[in-house]
Design a protein around this ligand. Sequence first.
Ligand code: UDP
Length: 324
Amino acid sequence: MKILVCGGAGYIGSHMVKWLNARGVDVCVLDNLSTGHAAAVGARQLVVADLLDPGSLEAAFARGPFDAVMHFCARSLVGESIREPLGYYENNVVGTLNLLQAMQRHGVGRIVFSSTAAIFGEPIAARIDESHPKAPINPYGASKLMVERMLADAAGAYGLRSVSLRYFNAAGASPEGDIGEAHACETHLIPNVLRAALGVGDALSVFGDDWDTEDGTCVRDYIHVDDLAQAHWRALAHMDAQPGAHVFNLGNGQGFSVRQVIEAAERIAGRTVPHSIAPRRAGDPATLVASSARARDVLGWSPVYTSLESIIETAWRWHRAPRF
Ligand code: UDP
């Protein structure tokens, strides 16, 4: 089997590449290295190319033929998407359109797409399942929902097989400590908490303590990157058996508040996490918790990292000694 992993040098993509390499799958990584790291993947696997440059895409497809594409390339910061919406639509929608057209040209008929909980907007249910209304409240979520729509239309018209996996909050790192979350400008909660524990980077700001939640801080559903990789692996098998465009929500099904994350990190690191309360961040819903019953039932997916502690523990191993 040969897979093209777009965005394979990034945080989630590099964990996927490691997962596929461990199973003997032939992998080619396409990445523009805008936020990814060449050191996260094998040099022989990497093609530096940009989805916005259809010419450079050909260099990656020349390494085929591929049985499937996994597509992790995206700009993915909610706040930035509100400030730069057109850049988000260009990168996430036009880039994916170029990729789908290249797949058509090269006869590749399967794709696993990284979607997001941000397509749902403000939840109207305690646990968000696949049928929850889709009403994104930021351009990031809207751009991902547009791609889900393109995939559904392409399934009907061309028979393209796809699985869109809607991640809740990806977190953690490979337990071996060789790859992890490394963003030049880090905005995500768990890395920022651990960096504050280490005394590196900016002091931690908690974005609001007056939300309508138990302790007033936002509640999220944290899901380990290797559990996301497991779901992609199972999605490949699902597409073999089932034509069409499929969607699955991926989370632990448990919500944790920002305060609970800080407390768990303090226990794991054995250090205090200095922090202060800051204003709410634009585009944040109060609570996002998944129902992943469908992924469990249909894909046979079963997350391994079910406790917040086990997720933060692997992230801590990385942040104490990042390799890049
Ligand atoms: N958050 C925070 N301080 C930070 C980063 C994040 O208080 O430095 C909060 C953020 O407002 C949200 C939660 O932590 O409620 C998770 O944010 P993150 O950026 O990790 O993921 P998102 O939910 O935006 O995908």
